[in-house]
Ligand binder design. Structure first.
Ligand code: ZN
Length: 113
């Protein structure tokens, strides 16, 4: 299997996992009274705070968007290149976070604002 296929499979798999997580979260909001199996959902319920669910929902949705964009970049041949400065993103960074679109330097700059 070549690198492109490997990375693409990884991203598609991750996307499917997040889609599932997101649909469970949405389900959780709709059926808040029902028992929940997911660990993080349990924690969210224990905290009795819909803001936590909102946060997880937003977080998951944001991650999903990044993954979809990463798949698009992969297909167009731009994958692994920083969208900000155009340099190659370190392979170990991509291995840990396959959907990142910025190199570590630019990501840190963005965090600082
Ligand atoms: Zn950069």
């Amino acid at each position: 299997m070549d690198e492109y296929t490997k990375v693409r499979n990884k991203l598609v798999h991750l996307e499917a996992q997040l889609e599932l997580r997101f649909s469970k979260l949405t389900d959780n909001i709709t059926h808040a009274q029902e028992p929940l199996a997911q660990d993080f959902a349990e924690q969210a319920t224990q905290m009795e705070n819909s803001e936590v669910v909102d946060f997880l929902g937003n977080f998951t949705r944001n991650e999903l968007r990044q993954i979809k964009q990463a798949i698009i970049r992969l297909d167009s041949g731009d994958y692994g290149v920083c969208v900000n400065c155009g340099q190659d993103i370190a392979p170990e960074r991509l291995a840990a976070l396959p959907f990142v679109d910025k190199c570590i330097g630019c990501a840190k700059m963005a965090e600082r604002g």
